[in-house]
Design a protein around this ligand. Structure first.
Ligand code: G1P
Length: 294
């Protein structure tokens, strides 16, 4: 199963981190020195993705600009001989034609956002990556999933899953665990539910922001009724697809950060800075002051 395309739903309003996201897309919030969207595009690139599909909304134009050339900046850096900065821009520059942008015109939910990408994806399996979730690991979460997919049959679907404390299951999609797959970090999913009411979750395995899906999901999304929160839910469409295709949960390696919440965003900044050789020691010294450590 070759996965060439990834869909990035980026139309969300980012209300959990207002006022930062009033005029700026949440996907452009920076973790250390890179916007969130750059991290997930890099993760997808590392996993072998060739085409990057963004489902955007109003006020998200700066995401498209971020992946374009900035001629004035290029010219100024070149004139000043700023080689290191020029290399950073060159490193992050996508190949011409490797990105597509389409709009979700109204906030109808994640399922609807993914459905908006149907024509650009076409009739092939694809990845979905939610940019407000980062997973700190090498290889990245999507690379791990694509590796897992290579061990399965062609019409398989995969979801990255992670255990969450029982009191948080109502905030996520939750999946039931079928019999374990022979390869250890993978298991067959036996039922899914989006944001189950407290105390009713079938397990504490939450659906995280990485999926590999078969194109048949689009047909189901076309007529998918609204579910939890009055939105068209991807999880509900996956429940529909699971009647004819298999779904696997992948327990990935790496630390997951929910950057769509203030605490998660701050934690990610610290974790990613501490993972950097150029920042670790300086940050540790600064943090000692604030944390009242010896
Ligand atoms: C979405 C999905 C949910 C998943 C979550 C992970 O929910 O619908 O199944 O657990 O992402 O972040 P949202 O966070 O958009 O409400």
């Amino acid at each position: 199963m070759k996965i060439r395309k990834a869909v990035f739903p980026v139309a969300g309003l980012g209300t959990r981190v207002l006022p930062a996201t009033k005029a700026m897309p949440k996907e452009m919030l920076t973790i250390v020195d890179k916007p969130l969207i750059q991290y997930v595009v890099d993760e997808a690139k590392e996993a072998g993705i060739e085409h990057f599909i963004f489902v955007t909304g109003r006020n998200k134009g700066v995401i498209e600009d971020h992946f374009d050339r900035m001629f004035e900046l290029d010219a100024t850096l070149a004139a000043r001989g700023k080689k290191a900065e020029m290399e950073i821009l060159a490193r992050d520059q996508p190949e011409a034609g490797a990105m597509s942008f389409t709009r979700q015109q109204a906030p109808h939910g994640l399922g609807h956002a993914v459905w908006c990408a149907r024509d650009i994806v076409g009739n092939e399996p694809f990845a979905v990556v939610l940019p407000d979730e980062l997973v700190l690991n090498t290889p990245g979460c999507l690379a791990q999933m694509i590796e897992a997919a290579s061990q399965l049959g062609d019409k398989s679907n995969l979801i990255a899953v992670e255990e969450v404390p029982a009191h948080l299951t109502h905030q996520y999609g939750i999946c039931g665990v079928g019999k374990r797959h022979r390869h250890g970090n993978m298991f067959e999913i036996d039922g899914m539910v989006e944001k189950p009411p407290k105390g009713t979750a079938p397990s504490n395995l939450s659906i995280t922001g990485r999926y590999i899906l078969q194109p048949e999901i689009f047909k189901i999304l076309e007529t998918q009724e609204r579910g939890a929160g009055g939105e068209i839910q991807l999880t509900d469409a996956m429940i529909g697809l699971s009647k004819t295709q298999s779904f696997y949960g992948v327990e990935f390696e790496g630390e997951r950060h929910d950057c769509g919440s203030k605490a998660g965003f701050l934690r990610a900044n610290i974790a990613y800075a501490m993972a950097r050789d150029d920042l670790r020691d300086g940050l540790r010294a600064e943090m000692k002051k604030y944390l009242d450590l010896p």
